[in-house]
Design a protein around this ligand. Structure first.
Ligand code: S3P
Length: 428
């Protein structure tokens, strides 16, 4: 059912804890399944994507229990996984699909991986190519470019691989495959991407070597030890609350325990450059770095965003495009062609939907150009089944004159199950 939103000069006040980090939650399930023993997770994201990861590992015989945001994973180690009798359904999750391929490629069994209609359109050659170089036996439509993918597990060998695209999913799939490969695998990334896999490898007892030049080395044959994982709030979910606070009048919102791993904080660099009024109070944590963020209504200015910054904010671009419609001057987003192969083509989708609401925004090959500020108005907006498009539309509704109708708002549950309720709880 469509979601209809109407606001009249809303002001946001209060404090919320955004849901757990999606990337870290996926990895906690995967690492807990690889390690022998019982892994415990706190602050887990109960979003549809992470539930897909749980369901896949349960189909391989790993015992996973959920109790609110706490998870316990009891595994006999990777060697104890069973051949799944059913297709491993990864739902809407690119991370589940791609990272799991690295693990299944080195398993001792046959498996089939498929997800929803969006997953079926997303490029898989970027992981299949390096995995095949390692000796993986994977088949799929168009020579492995698209799901469903059928994998016959086999002994892999180490490779040295320079990533052709800045992708943490590709890097992680190779590193996970490398755990069981013969020899030392080397991954070289031309631009830093989120490093949750590297951090978690060390947290679970693996030894990896990383250089400032983006070289990551991992010796095969290492066993992981069960661990405890504390998942901070997801900065990619916080981004929508940050944006809402910035562009509404007289708002002050505190977001507690948000992950601030430097490979993810491009959004904070951007709002700072745009002139935002906000504070970051770092917290003492047992795991990845986290902070309380306080965001206040701000007068923003347009800026240029590109280069190394892009992988550090790739998932936040729909929200950044929205806040740029309220900034004075021109915002140029470039070097972001990866947006075309996300849950949907996020360049076309963002431009189409914000244009409908009256924004001055144009698509380019690798990004978009936004001239602000524009007064947004009500419209019937599509989410394209993409959680981040759905949330962008809901935040846009807060500053639009008139009614905004969002089709398929249920997709928001992929990463932020109570998004609308949390947003309402901040309304004055
Ligand atoms: C993710 C990596 C990014 C990001 C995605 C999550 C991860 O994708 O967009 O939402 O958890 O590794 P790419 O690796 O395709 O850039």
């Amino acid at each position: 059912m469509a979601l209809t939103l109407t606001f009249s000069k809303p002001s946001l006040k209060g404090e919320i804890q955004v849901p757990g980090d999606k990337s870290i939650s996926h990895r906690a399930i995967m690492f807990g399944s690889i390690a022998e023993g019982t892994t415990t997770v706190e602050g887990f994201l109960l979003g549809d994507d992470c539930l897909s990861t749980i369901s896949c590992f349960r189909k391989m015989g790993v015992e996973i229990e959920l109790d609110g945001k706490s998870v316990s994973i009891r595994s006999g180690g990777e060697a104890s996984w069973k051949e799944p009798a059913e297709v491993l359904d990864t739902g809407n999750s690119g991370t589940t699909t791609r990272l799991m391929m690295g693990l299944l490629a080195s398993s001792s069994f046959h498996s089939v991986v498929a997800g929803d209609a969006s997953i079926a359109k997303r490029p898989m050659k970027r992981i299949i190519n390096p995995l095949r170089e390692m000796g993986a036996d994977i088949r799929g439509r168009q020579d492995g470019q698209f799901t469903p993918l059928a994998i016959q597990g086999t002994q892999l060998k180490a490779i040295e691989y320079t990533l052709p695209v800045a992708s943490a999913q590709v890097k992680s799939a190779i590193l996970l495959a490398a755990l069981k490969a013969e020899g030392k695998t080397v991954v070289i990334e031309p631009m830093p991407t989120r490093d949750h896999t590297e951090i978690m490898l060390e947290h679970f007892g693996a030894s990896i070597n990383r250089t400032a030049e983006g070289r990551i080395e991992l010796e095969g044959g290492q066993k992981l030890t069960a661990a405890h994982v504390e998942v901070p709030g997801d900065i990619s979910s916080a981004a929508f609350m940050i944006g809402a606070a910035l562009i509404t009048e007289k708002s002050t919102v505190k977001l507690t325990n948000v992950g601030i791993n430097p490979t993810r904080t491009g959004i904070l660099d951007v709002i700072e450059q745009m002139g935002a009024d906000f504070d970051v109070e770092e917290l003492e944590t047992a795991g990845e770095p986290a902070a309380d963020l306080t965001i206040r209504s701000s007068r923003l200015k347009g800026i240029e965003i590109g280069g190394d910054l892009i992988p550090r904010l790739i998932d936040e671009i729909p929200l950044i495009a929205l806040i740029a419609t309220q900034a004075v001057g021109r915002t140029v987003i470039k070097d972001a062609e990866e947006l075309r192969v996300k849950e949907t083509d996020r360049i076309s989708a963002v431009v189409a939907e914000l244009s409908k609401m009256g924004a001055d925004i144009a698509a380019t090959e690798d990004g978009m150009i936004i001239n602000g500020p524009s007064k947004l108005h009500g419209a019937s907006v599509k989410s394209y089944g993409d959680h981040r498009l759905g949330m962008m539309a809901a935040v846009a509704a807060m500053i639009a004159d008139g009614e905004v109708e969002i089709d398929d708002p249920d997709c928001i549950a992929v990463s932020f199950p109570n998004f609308v309720e949390e947003m309402n709880s901040l309304l004055q």
